[in-house]
Structures are given as structure tokens and as C-alpha cells.
Design a protein around this ligand. Structure first.
Ligand code: GDP
Ligand code: MG
Length: 441
């Protein structure tokens, strides 16, 4: 998919303002991308409309293509929708003991998330936490929470065989008050799908505990189903926030967008693995990147905007057109690359280039080499930089020694310079720099 998107965007190479046509073409693909990322149709439609209004007529930054610019606008809108009000990762847990009710389908990751969250509250906020399992349905479910509790050093409510969920909730509440706990967490039982019995059980528990937070735990890989689950739970139980688990898997995160658009509830945390540390504050930027599946084009655009000064590029281009490309130009190019985070990072951010960046690295062309090449240019005299033809054996020795490197390395640099200079010359000759402008993008 990312290839198809970048394909479309590559075709949009006109400069100036974004035309209606540019935006429409790009947005058709964005819509497909959203649907493939499991965003529901009405949500995708509304979203695309919002972006269209924002994008048309915007002027294009010189150093990026209109396609990349559209991606950025789409990205920003995604972030806007994904980010709810209130601070992600923060829970309302004043007035000790504050009850947190954990709900969701079976296997969504409730028990794991309960323990992860308890650990986080304990370590980051210094809270004294009590966990209680209300899962009387699945064999060994209560022991599972107990074992996790021991592992992370958080207390669990002692297990009483045969006790029912409401009774367990009452006991947890009492124990939390008597034991001086800041928070008590109720890990409920799930079902394979939503059913009446489950809902009644959770409702009864809710009424006893009167939770400060009711967190719905949903499997981020289940896409559209996750959204239905959220709607259902919210309608019956009333949820205060969502935890998306399995975001370490290859789901595209479309569920997150639909969930926000449909329920309006904040996504508080994401689960990123089975380990107890694998719980993170929900970051809209990250998920937006995932949905677009565009590598990190947005970061690339942003960095390009920051680092490439249009004027400087323009001046250089004029020189190249005249066939001038000396060592100073080469040095500037190398520094530009360095500023943007080095070869590996620049290539890693371009869709489809991830693999190539590894090859480049394997071939021994890494960021350290860029630094060494810059050092070599620096140890040349002004004259040598302006006229690389001067570089004969004795000068080479001096330059290499000055940079603390081998002459062979300098030879490589000279060869690279010659190749680039040739290329620039050729492109400069081809019609008023049209080709060159393309190559610079
Ligand atoms: P529950 O039935 O809702 O209580 O689900 P559990 O907490 O027992 O989790 C079910 C399985 O999912 C367990 O094997 C967990 O280790 C796993 N799991 C939970 N959260 C995550 C997550 O964020 N990423 C991954 N990869 N696995 C998870
Ligand atoms: Mg469980």
C-alpha cells in the first residue's frame, strides 16, 4: 500500500500551490489507505472531506513534493482526530481508594493490562495499588493475576473459592479502604463476544464499585470489531477511556481512528507486548504514522522544511547548471545529509527504502563515513576545494594525514566528487535545469 501511495505522490510533481486535481488524486488513495487500515467507511469519508478543505490552495514548500505535502496535511488531521481532550496516560485517581474497573472481551488483554497499569502507577506515581480478579469463569484466571502481582510487587486480593464477582468487588473495596491503598483495580471476566449475562455482571460490579475510571481493553488487531465492542460497552457500562492492546503486532491502527470518531472516548494507553513494561501512553503521532503506512515521510518533510534553506538550494542549483560543482558543494551536500540524521535515517524514512538503507550500511557507507568525508574536505586548502584537479599525490598525502585518514579514503572521495560533478553537468545541460529540479526533490 505504501508503495501505491508513494507512486501516486511521485506523479504529483508540479510546483507551486496544491491544485484541486493534485489533492483529489492523493485523497482517493488516502481513502483507500484508511479503509485498508480498517477505518470505517463513514469515518474515512468525513476525514477525507476535512482534509480536502484544508489542503486545497496551500502553497507547497520548495523542498518537498506536493504529494508529500498532502501526506503531511493528512497526518496532521489524523493526529487532530486521534488526540482527545485531556492528557493521555493520566487517570482520575484522586480520593483514595480510587476504583478502576477493567472491562473487555476475553483475551483482549485485560488481566495483563491490569498488572501493567498497576506497575506503572506504583513506579511512576508512587501509588499503593491493590488488584482483584473477578474472573470466576475461566479456570486459573485469578491465579494468573496473583502470579503477575508477585512478579511486579503489587498486592492482590486473597482468593476465596466460590465467591461471586459482586462479592469480590465489595471485599476489594473494603480491603482497599482498610489497607490504606490509593487505588484498587477490578479485573473482570470477559466473554468471546458480548452477551447479556456478561453485561449484567459488569453492570452489577460497576454499581457496587462506582469506579473513577472504567477502562475498556480492546485488541487493536481486531479493527472494526473493536469499534463495535467499544460502542456496546460504552452504551451499557459507560467507559471513561480505552486501552488498545497488541499494537506491537502488524495492525494498522485504523481501529484507533474509528474508535475516536465513533465513541469520542480518549485512548489512554497502548499495549506493546506481553512484558510488564510494555504499556505506553497513547501517542497520536505514532498511530497516525502507522495508519498512513508511509514510513516517516512526515518527519522527513518536517526536517526538510527545517534544514534546507530554499535560497541556498537555489544558489547551488544555478552553479550546478553552469557545471560548477566543487569540493565545497560536495561538503555542503554531505552536511545536509548529516543534518537530516544521516544516510540511514533519511533512507529509512522513505517508503520502500528501509531495505536499501540496510544495504547501504552493509556496503560500509554509514554515517561515520560522512563525517570522515567532511573532515577530508576540511583539510584541503581553499584553492584545492575550488579546483579539485589540483589534487596530486603529494597534496593527497598531506590532506589525508591532516584528517588522520588513509589516502585510499581520499581517493574514494575524489571519485565520488567526480561522479557527482559529471552528473550535475549532464543535468545542467538538459533544458534549463528542469531535470535538475526534479532530481533535487
Ligand atoms: P484477558 O482475557 O482479557 O484477561 O487477556 P490476558 O490479559 O490474559 O491476555 C491474553 C494474551 O494476550 C496473553 O497471552 C497476553 O500475554 C497477551 N497480551 C496482552 N496484551 C498484549 C499486548 O499488548 N501485546 C501482545 N503481543 N500480547 C499481549
Ligand atoms: Mg483475564
Amino acid at each position: 500500500l505504501s508503495e501505491r501511495l508513494s507512486g501516486v505522490f511521485d506523479r504529483l510533481t508540479k510546483q507551486g500551490a496544491l491544485s484541486d486535481e493534485d489533492v483529489k488524486t492523493a485523497l482517493r488513495e488516502v481513502r483507500v489507505a484508511l479503509l485498508e487500515a480498517d477505518v470505517s467507511l463513514p469515518v474515512a469519508r468525513d476525514f477525507v472531506k476535512a482534509v480536502q478543505d484544508k489542503a486545497t490552495g496551500q502553497s507547497v514548500t520548495k523542498s518537498v513534493t506536493p504529494g508529500q505535502q498532502v501526506v503531511k496535511i493528512v497526518h496532521d488531521e489524523l493526529v487532530h482526530v486521534l488526540a482527545g481532550e485531556g492528557e493521555p496516560g493520566k487517570l482520575k485517581i484522586d480520593n483514595a481508594p480510587a476504583p478502576i474497573l477493567m472491562v473487555g472481551l476475553q483475551g483482549s488483554g485485560k488481566t495483563t493490562t491490569t498488572a501493567k497499569l498497576a506497575k506503572r502507577l506504583k513506579e511512576r506515581e508512587g501509588k499503593k495499588v491493590l488488584m482483584a480478579s473477578l474472573d470466576v469463569n475461566r479456570p486459573a484466571a485469578m491465579e494468573q493475576l496473583q502470579i503477575l502481582g508477585v512478579q511486579i510487587g503489587v498486592d492482590t486480593l486473597p482468593i476465596v473459592k466460590g465467591e461471586q464477582p459482586v462479592a469480590i468487588a465489595k471485599r476489594a473495596k473494603m480491603q482497599a479502604a482498610m489497607g490504606g491503598y490509593d487505588v484498587y483495580m477490578l479485573d473482570t471476566a470477559g466473554r468471546l463476544s458480548i452477551d447479556e449475562e456478561l453485561m449484567q455482571q459488569v453492570e452489577a460490579v460497576r454499581d457496587v464499585a462506582n469506579p473513577r475510571e472504567t477502562l475498556l481493553v480492546v485488541d487493536g488487531l481486531t479493527g472494526q470489531d473493536a469499534v463495535h465492542t467499544a460502542e456496546n460497552f460504552d452504551a451499557r457500562i459507560g467507559i471513561s477511556g480505552v486501552v488498545l492492546t497488541r499494537m506491537d503486532g502488524d495492525g494498522r491502527g485504523g481501529a484507533a481512528l474509528s474508535m475516536r470518531a465513533v465513541t469520542g472516548k480518549p485512548i489512554k494507553f497502548v499495549g506493546l507486548g506481553e512484558k510488564m513494561d510494555a504499556l505506553e501512553t497513547f501517542e497520536p503521532e505514532r498511530v497516525a504514522g502507522r495508519i498512513l503506512g508511509m514510513g516517516d515521510i512526515v518527519a522527513l518533510v518536517e526536517r526538510a522544511q527545517e534544514t534546507i534553506e530554499a535560497e541556498q538550494a537555489e544558489r547551488m542549483m544555478k552553479r550546478f547548471q553552469k557545471g560548477q560543482f566543487n569540493m565545497n558543494d560536495l561538503k555542503m551536500q554531505l552536511e545536509q545529509m548529516q543534518k537530516m540524521g544521516g544516510m540511514e535515517s533519511v533512507m529509512g524514512m522513505m517508503p520502500g527504502m528501509g531495505k536499501m538503507s540496510k544495504q547501504v550500511k552493509d556496503a560500509g557507507f554509514d554515517d561515520k563515513i560522512i563525517a570522515r568525508q567532511i573532515a577530508l574536505v576540511q583539510s584541503m586548502t581553499k584553492k584545492e576545494r575550488a579546483n579539485p584537479a589540483l589534487l596530486q599525490a603529494s597534496r593527497k598525502k598531506r590532506i589525508a594525514a591532516g584528517a588522520g585518514l588513509e589516502v585510499s579514503e581520499l581517493n574514494k572521495l575524489i571519485k565520488m566528487h567526480r561522479q557527482m560533478a559529471d552528473m550535475m553537468k549532464k543535468m545542467g545541460k538538459m533544458g534549463k535545469g528542469g531535470m535538475l529540479k526534479q532530481a533535487m526533490k
